[in-house]
Design a protein around this ligand. Structure first.
Ligand code: ACO
Length: 314
């Protein structure tokens, strides 16, 4: 029987500084009311200049290893989902490999913006199922606020910084673990959400991204459940990418999903890109929202344009 990849521990870290909507009211022509009604975001955590993506990734990784009750010698591979690496090279993955003082295990970054954690988790599952690696650290970490134009009220209100991590291990027999994934890209829409390599800021066509996000979220949830031979009613919890409450509400309405089946924490973190889903997963898990036997769908969408989901049985 093929081994399944199971999450055995998780952790997350956000920088201590909080930027509220009231703070933003002093920086650009906006209001708490506008930001709340258009996005659902109340506050977000932001890095200081000295803090790097690798710093956030390391803090989350150490907590995940502790929760899994393993040390870094246990790992065979490190995957980091990020689109805000601290340098073009070395990768955040290699910085992490060095800092965690593990053996000379492979480590690399995966670039799929806000979908990155789902791409990385699916990659980890494939390595486990193939038998090549048994114990993998999967991190989603981003510092998008370093790339935000703080004079552009259309984008600067949406993003925050953070990192989330899980330890994935091979499990035989009980049928738990990552059951299926569904990944996609629509490169033709890449122009709607762009961060140039040099001297630029994030630019976004909000309306186009909104339309894409709604359709990508609906498609990935529906298709990943189908691949796992599950029905929508079988899903106990959906943990969507935490970009905008209106995107989530639209999809909930289209799919007929009750609010209790969807985890939301974007009011406190904003859009933390690849970190958003692992941070939400940590809060859902630690808050008792995931019980033994539950089937949970993680579903992300983002720049690329990319989208993807994993369904996990606990
Ligand atoms: N405060 C006040 N007014 C604002 C603000 C602001 N922060 N930002 C824009 N406005 C104004 C605009 O200038 C515009 O004014 P105008 O009518 O005088 O021209 C008006 O509000 C409406 O602007 P729209 O852009 O049409 O507002 P919309 O209702 O589309 O909401 C938003 C904008 C929130 C960005 C929305 O389009 C959206 O959520 N899109 C998806 C964005 C997203 O989730 N991106 C991330 C996903 S991908 C990833 O995760 C990387």
């Amino acid at each position: 029987m093929t081994a399944k990849a199971k999450i055995i521990g998780s952790g997350f870290y956000v920088p201590p500084k909080i930027l509220t909507n009231a703070d933003l009211e002093k920086m650009v022509d906006t209001t708490d009311e506008w930001i709340m009604s258009r996005s659902g975001i109340k506050e977000r955590h932001v890095c200081d200049d000295k803090t790097t993506t690798a710093d956030l990734a390391e803090a989350a990784a150490r907590l995940a290893l502790k929760a899994a009750n393993v040390n870094s010698d246990y790992l065979d591979l490190i995957l980091v989902a990020t689109t805000t690496p601290d340098s073009l090279f070395p990768s955040v993955g290699c910085i992490l490999q060095n800092r965690l003082a593990v053996r000379r295990i492979p480590s690399f970054d995966i670039s799929a913006a806000c979908s990155g954690f789902n791409f990385a988790l699916a990659t980890a599952a494939a390595f486990v199922e193939s038998g090549q690696y048994s114990n993998i650290l999967v991190v989603g970490a981003d510092t998008l606020t370093k790339y935000v134009d703080w004079t552009d009220r259309g984008t600067c209100v949406l993003f925050g910084d953070g990192a989330g991590a899980v330890v994935v291990s091979a499990s035989n027999g009980d049928g738990d673990g990552i059951l299926a994934n569904y990944l996609g890209a629509r490169g033709e829409g890449g122009k709607h959400l762009v961060m140039p390599l040099k001297n630029g800021f994030i630019t976004m066509n909000g309306k186009e991204v909104f339309k894409f996000a709604v359709s990508a979220l609906e498609e990935s949830v529906t298709e990943v459940l189908k691949k796992a031979n599950l029905k929508l009613e079988d899903m106990d919890l959906l943990i969507p990418h935490q970009a905008n409450i209106r995107i989530i509400n639209h999809v909930a309405k289209k799919l007929g999903l009750p609010k209790e089946k969807i985890f939301v924490n974007l009011d406190r973190y904003g859009n933390t890109s690849a970190a958003s889903i692992p941070i939400a997963f940590n809060e859902a898990y630690n808050g008792g929202r995931i019980k033994k036997g539950d089937k949970v769908v993680l579903s992300g969408f983002g720049a690329g344009l990319t989208y993807g989901a994993n369904v996990i049985k606990f």
